[in-house]
Design a binder for this molecule. Sequence first.
Ligand SMILES: Nc1ncnc2c1ncn2[C@@H]1O[C@H](COP(=O)(O)OP(=O)(O)OP(=O)(O)O)[C@@H](O)[C@H]1O
Ligand SMILES: [Mg+2]
Length: 353
Amino acid sequence: MPSFSVRANVIMVETREVGAAILGELEKLAHVCDPGTKVVVIGSSNDITLYREMIRQGVNEYLVAPLNPLQVIEAIASLYHGPATAPIGKVFAFVGARGGTGSSTVAHNTAWSIAEDLLISTTIADLDVPFGTAGLDFNQDMGQGIVEALSSPERLDDMLLDRLLIKHTSRLNLFVAPAQLDREATFSPEAVETVLDIVRQVSPCVIVDVPHVWAPWVKQVLISADEIIVTATPDLASLRNGKNIYDLINQARPNDRPLKVVLNQVGIPRRPEIPVKDFAEAMGAEPALVLPFDPQTFATAGNNGQMVGELNPQSRAAQGFRELAQKLTGREPRSEAKPTNKLSFDFLRRKKA
Ligand SMILES: Nc1ncnc2c1ncn2[C@@H]1O[C@H](COP(=O)(O)OP(=O)(O)OP(=O)(O)O)[C@@H](O)[C@H]1O
Ligand SMILES: [Mg+2]
């Protein structure tokens, strides 16, 4: 008997054996597998009796070759998708086509609307370490939050996460950036992935404020997000960069939903701009949201440390953010009792498998 044991989450084995011979091979495998390891077998015969026997012996899935990559991905995904599996939150990455388009404003307001209009627990992760505005926008003191998590992601557990997050409302948590220039602002893609994976286990919705820089970790955050929202303004630089990001990321994830485009600050007086229709045509995508330039609303909200939905729920901007929140989550507003100011840490109690 082999003297090693396997601690993988999933083992996928392909066999050329048929019938009962496969069962003999699986028995040997069972001796070296951890009890928690999920096993997927790829075989060549479509044999229902064999299938039943394998499932009885603890195999999680039996697939018949030949397979295409999507079938393999689907099989692995379905192992983790069932009533017994702990739910995992969705990650929405917001990035600007160029600096200053209003990407953070769109991210924070949409997050607020998801939390307060749609009543879904939401966490904002501000990855703009030197210049992030999540703390300012929500009138919350700066903390080390995200930097502490990113610099030692292996230490991040429920307790540390609970300490690092700012509970802005009972449904909205902030992972703010320290806005200090002496802190490291580049991270390994693995560190960012680990932190976001942990956050998504305790928060149904994770809004990532991605700074306008191009680095391996930024690309990785975008590619692995459930949805990407690119905020652009109706000018040439935004169009060129936005189109580059749109094409590159869509190409890298051909089986996912395409990026969503937000066209912001439309209609600045006396500024020539690219008409929305032409912008959409050149991008190859209709904007999911077009927001007018509204300095009165945005500057007042900014100065008050409020979201536009708090300042003026009937404003066009607030309505736009509600629509985007609904598009992203697929949820309609719910008329439950308004949340109290009492802080709730319930969602932080990660379900143990
Ligand atoms: N539709 C709008 N009308 C008027 N002002 C707006 C609008 N959208 C955003 N702003 C303002 O533009 C400024 C820049 O916004 P924000 O910080 O969100 O941009 P950003 O794309 O995240 O910038 P950076 O690249 O620096 O991260 C803020 O003062 C914000 O209030
Ligand atoms: Mg920003």
